[in-house]
Design a protein around this ligand. Structure first.
Ligand code: SF4
Length: 257
Protein backbone atom coordinates (compact mmCIF):
# COMPACT_ATOMS: atom_id res chain seq x y z
CA UNK A 1 0.00 0.00 0.00
CA UNK A 2 1.34 3.43 -0.96
CA UNK A 3 0.87 6.60 1.09
CA UNK A 4 -2.66 7.99 1.36
CA UNK A 5 -4.41 11.14 2.56
CA UNK A 6 -5.82 10.79 6.06
CA UNK A 7 -7.43 14.17 6.67
CA UNK A 8 -10.11 14.86 4.05
CA UNK A 9 -10.62 18.39 5.34
CA UNK A 10 -7.01 19.49 4.95
CA UNK A 11 -6.15 21.98 2.26
CA UNK A 12 -4.42 20.36 -0.74
CA UNK A 13 -2.39 21.72 -3.68
CA UNK A 14 -5.64 21.70 -5.69
CA UNK A 15 -6.54 24.98 -7.30
CA UNK A 16 -9.65 24.13 -9.30
CA UNK A 17 -12.46 21.55 -9.12
CA UNK A 18 -15.14 22.03 -11.78
CA UNK A 19 -17.38 20.26 -14.27
CA UNK A 20 -16.56 20.39 -17.99
CA UNK A 21 -16.63 18.42 -21.23
CA UNK A 22 -13.31 16.69 -21.87
CA UNK A 23 -12.04 18.41 -24.99
CA UNK A 24 -8.64 16.88 -25.71
CA UNK A 25 -7.46 13.42 -26.67
CA UNK A 26 -9.18 10.06 -26.91
CA UNK A 27 -11.82 10.78 -24.19
CA UNK A 28 -13.01 14.00 -25.85
CA UNK A 29 -16.74 14.56 -25.52
CA UNK A 30 -17.24 12.99 -22.08
CA UNK A 31 -18.65 15.14 -19.25
CA UNK A 32 -15.99 15.16 -16.60
CA UNK A 33 -14.87 16.68 -13.33
CA UNK A 34 -11.59 18.50 -13.62
CA UNK A 35 -9.23 18.42 -10.66
CA UNK A 36 -6.41 20.87 -11.26
CA UNK A 37 -3.33 20.69 -9.07
CA UNK A 38 -0.87 23.53 -8.71
CA UNK A 39 2.91 23.38 -9.05
CA UNK A 40 5.03 22.30 -12.01
CA UNK A 41 8.73 21.78 -12.64
CA UNK A 42 8.38 23.20 -16.16
CA UNK A 43 8.01 26.71 -17.53
CA UNK A 44 6.58 26.10 -21.00
CA UNK A 45 6.68 28.85 -23.58
CA UNK A 46 5.50 28.02 -27.08
CA UNK A 47 6.65 31.20 -28.86
CA UNK A 48 3.73 32.45 -30.97
CA UNK A 49 1.57 29.82 -29.26
CA UNK A 50 2.10 31.71 -26.00
CA UNK A 51 2.81 30.62 -22.44
CA UNK A 52 1.49 27.49 -20.77
CA UNK A 53 -2.30 27.99 -20.75
CA UNK A 54 -2.41 27.19 -17.01
CA UNK A 55 0.51 29.46 -16.11
CA UNK A 56 -1.17 30.24 -12.78
CA UNK A 57 -0.27 26.65 -11.73
CA UNK A 58 3.25 26.59 -13.16
CA UNK A 59 5.08 29.82 -14.00
CA UNK A 60 3.23 31.85 -11.34
CA UNK A 61 1.74 29.09 -9.16
CA UNK A 62 -1.21 30.06 -6.97
CA UNK A 63 -1.85 28.30 -3.68
CA UNK A 64 -4.30 25.37 -3.54
CA UNK A 65 -7.75 26.05 -2.05
CA UNK A 66 -9.57 22.67 -2.09
CA UNK A 67 -9.54 19.65 0.21
CA UNK A 68 -10.30 16.01 -0.65
CA UNK A 69 -13.86 16.30 0.65
CA UNK A 70 -14.54 19.03 -1.95
CA UNK A 71 -13.71 16.53 -4.69
CA UNK A 72 -16.06 13.93 -3.16
CA UNK A 73 -18.79 16.60 -2.90
CA UNK A 74 -18.38 17.49 -6.59
CA UNK A 75 -19.13 13.85 -7.56
CA UNK A 76 -22.03 13.63 -5.10
CA UNK A 77 -23.54 16.73 -6.70
CA UNK A 78 -23.12 15.39 -10.27
CA UNK A 79 -23.83 11.66 -10.07
CA UNK A 80 -24.06 11.33 -13.89
CA UNK A 81 -20.33 12.10 -14.20
CA UNK A 82 -18.09 9.05 -14.18
CA UNK A 83 -14.92 10.64 -15.50
CA UNK A 84 -12.11 12.61 -13.90
CA UNK A 85 -9.53 14.76 -15.61
CA UNK A 86 -6.64 15.14 -13.27
CA UNK A 87 -4.54 17.97 -14.59
CA UNK A 88 -2.19 20.73 -13.53
CA UNK A 89 0.40 21.98 -13.28
CA UNK A 90 1.95 18.65 -12.85
CA UNK A 91 -0.25 16.24 -10.83
CA UNK A 92 2.53 13.64 -10.52
CA UNK A 93 4.28 16.00 -8.08
CA UNK A 94 1.58 15.04 -5.54
CA UNK A 95 1.81 11.25 -5.00
CA UNK A 96 -0.47 11.00 -1.93
CA UNK A 97 -3.24 12.95 -3.60
CA UNK A 98 -3.05 10.96 -6.83
CA UNK A 99 -3.01 7.66 -4.95
CA UNK A 100 -6.03 8.68 -2.87
CA UNK A 101 -7.88 9.63 -6.03
CA UNK A 102 -7.28 6.16 -7.48
CA UNK A 103 -8.91 4.63 -4.38
CA UNK A 104 -11.88 6.98 -4.65
CA UNK A 105 -12.24 6.30 -8.39
CA UNK A 106 -12.04 2.56 -7.81
CA UNK A 107 -14.87 2.69 -5.23
CA UNK A 108 -17.09 4.84 -7.49
CA UNK A 109 -16.20 3.32 -10.85
CA UNK A 110 -14.77 6.59 -12.15
CA UNK A 111 -12.43 6.68 -15.16
CA UNK A 112 -9.33 8.78 -14.44
CA UNK A 113 -7.41 10.53 -17.17
CA UNK A 114 -4.23 12.16 -15.93
CA UNK A 115 -2.67 14.94 -17.96
CA UNK A 116 1.08 14.76 -17.52
CA UNK A 117 4.23 15.96 -19.20
CA UNK A 118 5.76 12.63 -18.13
CA UNK A 119 8.58 13.92 -15.91
CA UNK A 120 7.94 11.51 -13.03
CA UNK A 121 6.97 7.86 -12.82
CA UNK A 122 4.23 7.62 -10.21
CA UNK A 123 2.99 4.23 -8.98
CA UNK A 124 -0.52 4.12 -7.47
CA UNK A 125 -2.42 1.39 -5.61
CA UNK A 126 -4.90 1.17 -8.50
CA UNK A 127 -3.49 1.86 -11.97
CA UNK A 128 -4.62 5.06 -13.64
CA UNK A 129 -7.01 4.39 -16.54
CA UNK A 130 -5.44 6.72 -19.07
CA UNK A 131 -2.15 8.61 -19.11
CA UNK A 132 -2.45 11.55 -21.46
CA UNK A 133 1.21 12.35 -21.94
CA UNK A 134 2.41 15.60 -23.51
CA UNK A 135 6.21 15.45 -23.50
CA UNK A 136 7.68 18.91 -23.66
CA UNK A 137 9.87 19.19 -26.75
CA UNK A 138 12.31 21.96 -27.59
CA UNK A 139 9.45 24.22 -28.81
CA UNK A 140 8.45 24.61 -25.13
CA UNK A 141 11.74 26.15 -23.95
CA UNK A 142 11.35 29.74 -22.68
CA UNK A 143 13.21 32.31 -24.74
CA UNK A 144 15.82 34.40 -22.94
CA UNK A 145 14.44 37.89 -22.26
CA UNK A 146 10.78 37.01 -22.97
CA UNK A 147 8.15 38.38 -20.57
CA UNK A 148 6.09 35.92 -18.50
CA UNK A 149 2.31 36.39 -18.05
CA UNK A 150 2.96 38.41 -14.89
CA UNK A 151 5.86 40.40 -16.26
CA UNK A 152 8.94 38.48 -15.06
CA UNK A 153 11.82 38.27 -17.52
CA UNK A 154 13.10 34.85 -18.63
CA UNK A 155 16.68 34.25 -17.43
CA UNK A 156 19.11 31.30 -17.64
CA UNK A 157 17.86 29.91 -14.32
CA UNK A 158 14.32 29.57 -15.61
CA UNK A 159 15.52 27.86 -18.78
CA UNK A 160 17.66 25.43 -16.75
CA UNK A 161 14.74 24.58 -14.47
CA UNK A 162 12.50 23.96 -17.45
CA UNK A 163 15.01 21.64 -19.10
CA UNK A 164 15.96 19.65 -16.00
CA UNK A 165 13.25 16.99 -16.38
CA UNK A 166 12.15 17.62 -19.95
CA UNK A 167 11.41 14.50 -22.06
CA UNK A 168 12.20 11.95 -19.38
CA UNK A 169 11.89 8.86 -21.61
CA UNK A 170 12.72 6.39 -18.83
CA UNK A 171 9.92 7.74 -16.60
CA UNK A 172 7.52 7.71 -19.56
CA UNK A 173 8.32 4.07 -20.49
CA UNK A 174 7.91 2.98 -16.86
CA UNK A 175 4.59 4.84 -16.55
CA UNK A 176 3.21 3.29 -19.75
CA UNK A 177 4.18 -0.17 -18.53
CA UNK A 178 2.58 0.31 -15.09
CA UNK A 179 -0.74 2.07 -15.78
CA UNK A 180 -3.74 0.79 -17.78
CA UNK A 181 -3.60 2.81 -20.99
CA UNK A 182 -1.99 5.89 -22.50
CA UNK A 183 -1.78 8.18 -25.42
CA UNK A 184 0.88 10.68 -26.41
CA UNK A 185 -0.29 14.20 -27.10
CA UNK A 186 2.47 16.28 -28.72
CA UNK A 187 1.83 19.99 -29.21
CA UNK A 188 2.68 21.03 -32.78
CA UNK A 189 3.28 24.57 -34.03
CA UNK A 190 1.88 25.66 -37.37
CA UNK A 191 5.34 25.34 -38.99
CA UNK A 192 5.51 21.68 -37.83
CA UNK A 193 9.12 22.26 -36.83
CA UNK A 194 8.86 19.76 -33.97
CA UNK A 195 7.86 16.74 -36.00
CA UNK A 196 11.41 15.32 -36.28
CA UNK A 197 11.90 15.48 -32.50
CA UNK A 198 8.53 13.86 -31.88
CA UNK A 199 9.35 11.04 -34.32
CA UNK A 200 12.64 10.36 -32.51
CA UNK A 201 10.86 10.23 -29.17
CA UNK A 202 8.22 7.82 -30.51
CA UNK A 203 10.90 5.54 -31.87
CA UNK A 204 12.85 5.53 -28.63
CA UNK A 205 9.73 4.69 -26.61
CA UNK A 206 8.39 2.26 -29.22
CA UNK A 207 5.04 4.03 -29.52
CA UNK A 208 2.71 3.06 -32.39
CA UNK A 209 1.01 5.72 -34.54
CA UNK A 210 -2.49 5.05 -33.24
CA UNK A 211 -1.38 6.14 -29.75
CA UNK A 212 -0.38 9.62 -30.92
CA UNK A 213 -2.88 12.51 -30.77
CA UNK A 214 -1.29 15.66 -32.18
CA UNK A 215 -2.59 18.92 -30.75
CA UNK A 216 -2.22 22.39 -32.30
CA UNK A 217 -0.29 24.95 -30.23
CA UNK A 218 -2.17 27.99 -28.98
CA UNK A 219 -3.33 29.39 -25.66
CA UNK A 220 -6.16 31.51 -27.07
CA UNK A 221 -8.69 31.18 -29.90
CA UNK A 222 -6.75 33.32 -32.33
CA UNK A 223 -3.35 31.61 -31.98
CA UNK A 224 -4.98 28.20 -31.94
CA UNK A 225 -6.90 28.86 -35.17
CA UNK A 226 -3.63 29.58 -36.93
CA UNK A 227 -2.14 26.18 -36.21
CA UNK A 228 -5.31 24.09 -36.72
CA UNK A 229 -5.19 23.64 -40.55
CA UNK A 230 -1.49 22.73 -40.75
CA UNK A 231 -1.67 20.25 -37.89
CA UNK A 232 -4.88 18.66 -39.24
CA UNK A 233 -3.42 18.24 -42.72
CA UNK A 234 -0.23 16.81 -41.30
CA UNK A 235 -2.12 14.24 -39.21
CA UNK A 236 -4.26 13.29 -42.23
CA UNK A 237 -1.12 12.43 -44.19
CA UNK A 238 0.99 10.98 -41.36
CA UNK A 239 -1.61 8.63 -39.91
CA UNK A 240 -1.58 9.82 -36.29
CA UNK A 241 -4.73 11.13 -34.60
CA UNK A 242 -5.76 14.79 -34.28
CA UNK A 243 -7.13 16.42 -31.19
CA UNK A 244 -8.50 19.96 -31.12
CA UNK A 245 -8.87 22.04 -27.98
CA UNK A 246 -12.60 22.74 -28.03
CA UNK A 247 -12.65 24.40 -24.60
CA UNK A 248 -10.43 27.18 -26.01
CA UNK A 249 -12.52 27.41 -29.20
CA UNK A 250 -15.70 27.67 -27.11
CA UNK A 251 -14.55 29.81 -24.19
CA UNK A 252 -11.25 31.33 -25.34
CA UNK A 253 -9.06 32.16 -22.31
CA UNK A 254 -11.75 31.74 -19.60
CA UNK A 255 -10.71 29.62 -16.63
CA UNK A 256 -12.64 26.62 -15.26
CA UNK A 257 -14.31 25.62 -18.54
S1 SF4 B 1 4.34 21.05 -18.20
FE1 SF4 B 1 2.21 21.60 -18.55
S2 SF4 B 1 1.56 22.72 -16.70
FE2 SF4 B 1 3.81 22.64 -16.68
S3 SF4 B 1 4.42 24.57 -17.63
FE3 SF4 B 1 4.35 23.02 -19.24
S4 SF4 B 1 2.29 23.17 -20.16
FE4 SF4 B 1 2.28 24.23 -18.15
Amino acid sequence: MLKRIEDYKKNLPVLEVYTAVQSEGSRAGYPTIVVRTTGCTHRCYFGEGGWCDSWYTSIHPEKGIYCFQDIIDAYDQHPHIKEMMLTGGSPTMHPKLVNELTHFAHERDIFITIETEGSHFLPTDYPINLLSISPKFSNSIPVLGAKTPQGAIVDERMIKKHNSKRVNTEAIKQSIEYHSDYHIKPVLDKDLSMVGEVEEFLKECNIPDHKVWAMPAGDDRESLMESYPEVMNFVRDRGWRFTGRSHIMAFNTERCV
